[in-house]
Design a protein around this ligand. Structure first.
Ligand SMILES: Cc1cc2nc3c(=O)[nH]c(=O)nc-3n(C[C@H](O)[C@H](O)[C@H](O)COP(=O)(O)OP(=O)(O)OC[C@H]3O[C@@H](n4cnc5c(N)ncnc54)[C@H](O)[C@@H]3O)c2cc1C
Length: 404
């Protein structure tokens, strides 16, 4: 990215956002566009969001509700050229003895709406475009290479010490600093977690068969193997892969040489898009389900993975983070930035909804991890049943399409 310069930090602002991952950048953009004076700090970002250092190989399927939010803030139009619409969710069960597809069901968005379920976009492009947008806002400062080191809150403000020696006073502090949130830990907010001893491998593949805007999830055991459509590149069909496995197996897989790994990938994909060629590095993401006991403390809120993190199933993670931001924004706009009841209400509303959704995701994950044959057989039959009962199918599609 050319022409991006580092801002000099102010000493006070309306909102300080700790964390410039996608959710922190989205919060920065949305609150900035809404007119608040915002500072966002992050140690890992630098001037070039797309340099190798920052390259995030994952992509994010943004659900319709998230798209609407981006449209509201005039961000979506710049992202459309990089995004791929997802019209069908195909679920394949290959959990039989010979591990070939034995049940296949398509869930088509056209059955419930004229719109796609969502759009898939590369994380690094999304970050880069958000940073470009934020740089157009004169009331917003992005502080790269800087992290928060100490936090003290009072009834009227939060004061945060930064690694560059500066301090920032803010009426509201937003912790968007991810799973191991410094903000959460500093304020003594506890979180509960389940470790599935599972990891996700993320990489990009080329394939000879067009994905036809179908996102395909294949279940055997260990976790789902999902192919999510990307835009063609130089005439090559491409998809992003998220392959969830028990961590021991995932680590063995990532240690294989390229050809051996590609063979395993092709076995696991059951040939649904023809012979896959790996076209990127592979990254490994440990999977935990983690929920903070509250999303709120004096003059502080937690959003996205700082507040909740779940297995990457059904494209819920960042979409739930977007709903956090949207809920927070509307409560603050209605009640004012100083209102303590607005931010405690944010916590109450969001934690309730996120908790319910996380229970569903964890249950789906356990189903997908199943090793016992009788359980895998039951899973295969249930897929048929759920799909073939129209009202149930429609209800599930509507539920999946919205991240609450
Ligand atoms: C393989 C995979 C696929 C996924 N696919 C999807 C999908 O399709 N759809 C979906 O909705 N979700 C998806 N998710 C989930 C989604 O990627 C996450 O929810 C999202 O990236 C979390 O973003 P975040 O900004 O909350 O956290 P992070 O990306 O972890 O960002 C936190 C930021 O905080 C910064 N930070 C840390 N400490 C400090 C500090 N002390 N001070 C300041 N800053 C600090 C870090 O440098 C970092 O940049 C997927 C996840 C995985 C693992």
């Amino acid at each position: 990215m050319v022409g991006i310069k580092q801002f000099v930090m102010n000493k006070s602002c309306d909102i300080l956002i700790c964390g410039g991952g996608i959710s922190g950048l989205l919060a920065t953009a949305f609150f900035g566009i809404s007119g608040y004076k915002v500072i966002c700090v992050d140690p890992s970002l630098n001037d070039e969001a797309s340099t190798t250092k920052n390259l995030d190989l994952r992509s994010t399927a943004l659900l319709q509700q998230s798209i609407e939010l981006m449209q509201k803030f005039n961000i979506w139009n710049d992202l459309i050229p990089y995004a791929t619409p997802l019209y069908t969710m195909r679920i394949i069960d290959a959990g039989g003895e010979n591990e070939s597809p034995r049940a296949k069901r398509d869930f088509n968005s056209s059955e419930i709406s004229g719109l796609p379920f969502g759009w898939n976009i590369s994380n690094s492009v999304l970050k880069e475009e958000l940073i470009k947008k934020i740089y157009t806002l004169s009331n917003v400062q992005l502080c790269f290479g800087v992290n928060s080191t100490k936090i003290v809150t009072r009834t009227s403000e939060a004061k945060v010490w930064l690694s560059n020696g500066e301090t920032v006073k803010a009426k509201l502090l937003i912790g968007a600093d991810g799973k191991n949130s410094f903000v959460r830990k500093s304020l003594g907010i506890k979180s509960s977690s389940s470790n599935f001893k599972q990891s996700a491998l993320a990489f990009i593949v080329n394939h000879p068969v067009s994905h036809q805007n179908i996102s395909t999830e294949i279940h055997m055991s260990g976790g789902p193997f999902t192919l999510v459509p990307l835009n063609d590149n130089n005439g090559q069909h491409r998809s992003a892969v998220v392959w969830m496995e028990k961590t021991i197996r995932a680590k063995n897989l990532i240690d294989l040489n390229k050809d051996a790994f590609q063979d395993e990938v092709n076995k696991r994909s059951c040939g649904v898009l023809g012979n896959l060629t790996i076209n990127s590095k592979t990254s490994l993401w440990p999977i935990v389900s983690q929920l903070s006991e509250t999303f709120y403390s004096e003059r502080t809120v937690l959003i996205a993975e700082a507040a909740h993190s779940s297995p990457p199933i059904g494209a819920q993670g960042l979409n739930m983070g977007m709903s956090d931001i949207s809920t927070l924004l509307s409560l603050v706009e209605k009640n004012g930035l100083d209102s303590e009841s607005a931010i405690s209400e944010y916590s109450r509303l969001r934690r309730l909804k996120v908790n319910l959704r996380m229970k569903g995701i964890d249950a789906l994950n356990l189903t997908s991890m199943a090793k016992m044959q009788w359980f895998k057989d039951l899973r295969s039959k249930s897929l048929g049943l759920i799909h073939d009962i129209t009202p149930l199918r429609d209800q599930l599609m509507k539920y999946g399409m919205n991240a609450l």
